[in-house]
Design a protein around this ligand. Structure first.
Ligand code: COA
Length: 255
C-alpha cells in the first residue's frame, strides 16, 4: 500500500500519511514517497498550488522517527537517514507550493519538525506537539533546534527542547507554534482562500519571507524588491487591476 493517500481538490492536494498503525511515523519508505511527491508538485508550479499534509486516523499527525525501524539501524544508517530527511524537509520550504500542516493528533519529534517545515499549521483541539528527543537520548535532528527557535524564540525553544515536554493545541496556539485550532475543514478553507490569489504572487511572497529570514533588513528589503519584480511583469498583475476597475473577482492564470 502507498505511504500516502493523495486526494485532489482542484489545485489543492491533501496528502494523508497512510500509517495509522505506527502512528504515521517517519519510515524510510514514507520519507522516500514524501520526497517524490514534493518533487512532483514542485516540478509543476501552478498546477498543484497548495498541499494539506495530515495523518491517517485521529490519534497522530506523525509520531516522529519510526522507532521500530530505527532500532535495527546502525549509526551510519541513522546519520544517512537524517541527512536525507533534512534535505526533504528543506525542499518543502523551497517549493513554490504552499504547505499547510493539519495536525489531526500528536506530532512528536520528527512529526513536529515536519510540521515546522510547513508554511502554516492548523491543529485539531486534541493535537499535541513536542520535540521529545532528549527523552530518547538524542536531540532534534530534522531541523527542530533551528526552526523552533526561529518560530518561537530562543528561550521558549530551549524550555521546550530541554524538557521534551508536549504542549496542547491551545498552548501551541499561544506560543505561535500553530496559527489556528479547529477542524480539518479549516485547512481546506485556508488552502482555497490562498489558491484564489495570484499564483506567482503567492509563491514570490513565500520565497521573500523564507529567504529573507536570515538576512539583514537592508538585504531582506532588496530581496523583497527582487521578488516583487517577478510579479510586475505578470498578466495576473494587470488582471488584478482590471478586475478592481470592473468591480469583479479576478481570474488569475499564473502568468
Ligand atoms: N515509531 C514506530 N512505531 C510507533 C511510534 C514510532 N515513533 N509511535 C507509536 N508507534 C506504534 C506503537 O509501537 C504501537 O504499535 P503496536 O500496536 O505494534 O504496539 C502503535 O504505534 C500504537 O502506539 P500506542 O502507543 O499504543 O498509541 P497511542 O495512540 O496510545 O500513543 C503516541 C501514540 C505517538 C503518543 C505514542 O505511541 C508515543 O509516545 N510514541 C513514541 C513517540 C516518540 O517518542 N517519537 C520519537 C520522537 S524522537
Amino acid at each position: 500500500m502507498g505511504e500516502f493517500i493523495i486526494e485532489q481538490h482542484g489545485p489543492v492536494e491533501r496528502w494523508v500519511i497512510n500509517g495509522e498503525a505506527r502512528r504515521n511515523a517517519l519510515s524510510k519508505a514514507m520519507i522516500g514517497e514524501l520526497a517524490a511527491n514534493i518533487q512532483r508538485v514542485t516540478a509543476m508550479p501552478g498546477v498543484v498550488r497548495a498541499v494539506i499534509l495530515t495523518g491517517a486516523g485521529d490519534k497522530a499527525f506523525c509520531a516522529g522517527a519510526d522507532l521500530k525501524e530505527r532500532s535495527g539501524m546502525s549509526e551510519d544508517d541513522v546519520a544517512r537517514f537524517l541527512n536525507e530527511l533534512r534535505g526533504i524537509f528543506r525542499s518543502i520550504e523551497k517549493s513554490p507550493c504552499v504547505f499547510i500542516a493539519y495536525l489531526n493528533g500528536v506530532a512528536l519529534g520528527g512529526g513536529t519538525e515536519l510540521a515546522l517545515t510547513c508554511d502554516i499549521r492548523i491543529a485539531a483541539s486534541t493535537a499535541e506537539m513536542g520535540l521529545t528527543e532528549v527523552k530518547l537520548g538524542i536531540i532534534p535532528g530534522g531541523g527542530g533546534t533551528q526552526r523552533l527557535t526561529r518560530l518561537v524564540g530562543r528561550g521558549r525553544a530551549k524550555e521546550l527542547i530541554f524538557t521534551g515536554r508536549r504542549v496542547t493545541a491551545a498552548e501551541a496556539m499561544s506560543l505561535g507554534l500553530v496559527e489556528k485550532v479547529g477542524g480539518p475543514e479549516g485547512a481546506m478553507e485556508l488552502a482555497t482562500q490562498i489558491v484564489a490569489n495570484a499564483p506567482i504572487a503567492v509563491s514570490a511572497a513565500k520565497a521573500a519571507i523564507d529567504e529573507g529570514d536570515d538576512l539583514s533588513l537592508d538585504d531582506a528589503l532588496a530581496l523583497e524588491q527582487q521578488k516583487y519584480a517577478l510579479t510586475l511583469k505578470t498578466e495576473d498583475r494587470l488582471e488584478g487591476l482590471k478586475a478592481f476597475a470592473e468591480k469583479r473577482p479576478p481570474k488569475f492564470v499564473g502568468k
